[in-house]
Design a protein around this ligand. Structure first.
Ligand SMILES: [Zn+2]
Length: 291
């Protein structure tokens, strides 16, 4: 008997969360001095537990890109992430943007972070995300160093023009950034509209725009492009009770505080609407496709 056409199941998208506290974000870098970080009230532990519970409710396994600074202060949290079945991966030590570092300082920064994450969790770290998607055309050495260190993937490129970051000339989907290496780069999701690329991978855009925009964007990527999407958000985005930084510029405050209280319900919808998995799982599938 003839088989009908093989029906593909839904595409597995990558769900990720960047584990940093409310005072470590790019929007406040000129307002809050990093030497003050240790004197501020930390919310990252309770917020990350809330994220783990949210994923539990949805039955989703995800990747937690975590700062070395956080791992150093919350080692039990690292074990809790891994024990819940999630992937623990690196977000660098103290949220230093890659293009502000020399190759030597970058190497030390990621080595220190990998050791802190692995020692506290007992799990091996094979994934990396640059703070503020700060790998771009200025830093070809960053992917080379990650390849040299044996990382399996990086998800550090935003292939779009934005005021804070972006490498608009980069491809929208998985690519191998270093010749002769198995390392794969999974750029954060963009959508296309009227010939323009739009940031659509999560974070502030997800919070500020209606839910329907993100649903449309991920449908476009999964259905028209037949590729996985890469989504990200932060634990402080589901925390409307975090301390307010009143002396930051208005634009930074808008970026940071808009729609915090609606975020968790919005995330629940996004988690239910698509198929989600860890970034390392999506990286393996993309490697098969590129092979
Ligand atoms: Zn970050």
């Amino acid at each position: 008997m003839l088989q009908g056409p093989i029906k593909n199941g839904p595409i597995l998208n990558a769900m990720s969360v960047d584990i940093e506290d409310w005072f470590q974000v790019g929007a406040f870098e000129h307002t809050i001095d990093r030497t003050d970080w240790d004197s501020l009230t930390r919310r990252v532990e309770r917020n990350t537990h809330a994220v783990i519970e949210m994923f539990d409710r949805a039955g989703v396994k995800a990747t937690f890109f975590t700062l070395g600074w956080v791992a150093e202060r919350h080692p039990a949290l690292m074990r809790a992430i891994v024990d819940a079945g999630h992937e623990l991966a690196s977000h660098g030590y103290g949220h230093e943007r890659v293009f502000t570092l020399s190759p030597e300082v970058f190497s030390r920064n990621i080595d220190r972070t990998k050791k802190l994450l692995e020692d506290s969790s007992g799990a091996m770290v094979t994934g990396y995300r640059a703070p503020s998607f700060s790998i771009d055309k200025r830093t070809p050495w960053a992917h080379e160093i990650l390849a040299e260190r044996g990382y399996g993937y990086s998800s550090s490129v935003a292939p779009v023009q934005s005021d804070h970051y972006g490498w608009p000339e980069a491809g929208r989907f998985a690519f191998r950034p270093v010749d002769g290496s198995d390392l794969i780069e999974l750029p954060v999701t963009t959508a296309e509209f009227a010939g323009k690329r739009l940031a659509a991978g999560g974070g502030g855009w997800f919070r500020m725009l209606p839910y329907a925009f993100s649903r449309w964007a991920f449908n476009q990527v999964n259905q028209r492009d037949a590729r996985p999407g890469i989504f990200y958000f932060h634990p402080w985005e589901i925390d409307p009770d975090q301390p307010r930084v009143s002396h930051a510029p208005l634009k930074s405050r808008l970026r940071h505080y808009t729609n915090l209280s609606a975020m968790e319900a919005k995330m629940d919808r996004m988690l239910a609407a698509f198929e989600w998995g860890r970034v390392d799982s999506v990286a393996e599938l993309e490697k098969l496709r590129l092979a």
